[in-house]
Write a protein that binds this ligand. Structure first.
Ligand SMILES: Nc1nc2c(ncn2[C@@H]2O[C@H](COP(=O)(O)OP(=O)(O)OP(=O)(O)O)[C@@H](O)[C@H]2O)c(=O)[nH]1
Length: 435
């Protein structure tokens, strides 16, 4: 693990995957301590301002003393943009183009690469999963194929996502956007454990939106369009975060048709009427179900090649950030409700416990009773077996021990009687109250 030279994008530690343990042994847990030291180290290192678009250090706001009301009253938070989409839809290209656009608009941002299998990243990521998890070693050590390796790598990475949050927190005051590029296969993020962990962790701290990239050229086909929309719908309802669809590659095909299909159900039906396959019938019936989904999303057309539509996309992201506030309110409400529920459950079990406590308040009756019964039975058994052979001579120690046993037995009997009396008293009281 080595720190990048000052001025480079900061990287997480390389996960220690020891190739000598290649047969069936578990991959080492990510080196959190090393990460922590990097977090500390970051305080003194600087990030490449030009590559990442971060604000110059000598910002006017920085010259305001930290005790200043103006600086502490308004806490700026970056907008997290999770870029998802089918394989080859152009996620990475969109992240790259958006980065260029934000840099030229002097909007500070960072990019984070969550794709462990990507060969090269055409932008300078602030955090790169490949610096933490070696996906090929994961495949080797777990005996997995490429997809399993990607899923496992992302799952491993998500276990240390709190460290990623700490790294982000170090820079949050200076950032407007944090853009996350995700693995090529959408199911890796969407249906594995890591997706909800990462999205949930981000959304619980920062305004977060999902940017769903669609290949407009391929979506010209009604069935591909419907498959894309069903996927988008499942993501929207799964994460319940503000959702933006970016129809990419509009330099090849205009995305007007897609907007029409989304806005006007009949136009889509007319196109489907020209097809008579079984799948078009299925698509027809499904399109009805998606009407409500279309009302809840924002869409725009972009080209990662020409940069067309980037201004519109940034506008949609800003709307998403506003919409997120509703999510935050709901999230806070849910959090409050669940903590209330937990409190009530705690109180209920406490009451139950108190009701089961003896008069001297030391132990629940049932516990004392069971302990006494067990002890008594054990001692009586021992005593009987010991005294079974009358011919045996008892030495002084044996006599002493027998006396002790007898006296302890009598103590236990008393305790048992006391406990039984209390129990009977309690039952009487309960019956009395019931009457
Ligand atoms: N014409 C055109 N091609 C594009 C555009 N955006 C991406 N591409 C091309 O589409 C292909 C896939 O782009 P990527 O950015 O790698 O897509 P991705 O979704 O990140 O791909 P994976 O992560 O590997 O699934 C590449 O060949 C890009 O050059 C665009 O706006 N216009």
């Amino acid at each position: 693990m080595s720190l990048p030279p000052e001025g480079d994008a900061i990287q997480l530690s390389k996960m220690d995957v020891d190739s000598s343990q290649s047969t069936g042994s578990a991959v080492d847990v990510p080196d959190n301590e090393a990460l922590k030291s990097i977090v500390e180290g970051m305080a003194s290192s600087s990030v490449d301002e030009n590559a990442s678009g971060a604000k110059p250090k000598a910002d006017a706001a920085d010259s305001i003393p930290s005790s200043s009301f103006a600086k502490t009253a308004i806490k700026k938070q970056p907008l997290c943009v999770l870029v998802l989409g089918m394989a080859g839809s152009g996620k990475t290209s969109v992240v790259r183009r958006l980065s260029t656009y934000l840099a030229s608009a002097r909007k500070p941002f960072h990019t984070i690469n969550l794709d462990p299998a990507v060969k090269s990243v055409p932008f300078m990521p602030y955090i790169d999963i490949r610096d933490t998890v070696n996906y090929k070693e994961v495949m080797k050590q777990y005996g997995l194929g490429p997809n399993g390796g990607i899923v496992t790598s992302l799952n491993l990475f998500s276990t240390m996502f709190d460290d990623v949050l700490k790294l982000i927190a170090k820079k949050e005051d200076h950032l407007d956007y944090i853009i996350f590029d995700t693995p090529g296969q959408i199911e890796v993020f969407n249906w594995s454990a890591s997706g909800p962990i990462i999205a949930g962790a981000l959304a619980s701290v920062y305004p977060t939106v999902i940017l769903y990239v669609v290949d407009t050229v391929r979506s010209n086909n009604t069935q591909t369009f419907m498959a894309n929309m069903l996927y988008a719908c499942s993501i929207l309802y799964k994460y319940k975060l503000p959702f933006i669809i970016a129809f990419n590659k509009i330099d090849i095909t205009d995305c007007k048709f897609a907007f029409e299909w989304m806005q006007d159900f009949e136009v889509f039906q007319d196109v489907l009427a020209e097809e008579s396959t079984f799948s078009s019938n299925l698509t027809r019936s499904m399109s009805l179900a998606l009407e409500e989904f279309y009302c809840n999303i924002k869409a725009c057309g972009v080209s990662s090649f020409t940069g067309e539509g980037m201004a519109d996309l940034v506008e949609k992201l800003a709307e998403g950030a506003i919409e997120y506030e509703e999510y935050r309110a709901e999230y806070e409400h849910l959090k409050e409700e669940s903590s209330k529920r937990r409190e009530e459950e705690k109180k209920k079990s406490m009451d139950k416990f108190k009701a089961d406590i003896t008069a001297d308040g030391k132990e629940p009756i049932s516990v004392v009773r069971d302990a006494i019964r067990n002890e008594t039975e054990m001692l009586v058994n021992n005593y009987q077996s010991d005294s079974g052979s009358e011919d045996e001579e008892l030495d002084a120690d044996d006599i002493e021990e027998t006396k002790e046993i007898e006296s302890f037995q009598s103590f236990l009997r008393q305790q048992k009687e006391k406990a039984e009396q209390q129990r009977a008293h309690k039952i009487r009281e309960q019956n009395h109250q019931a009457e």
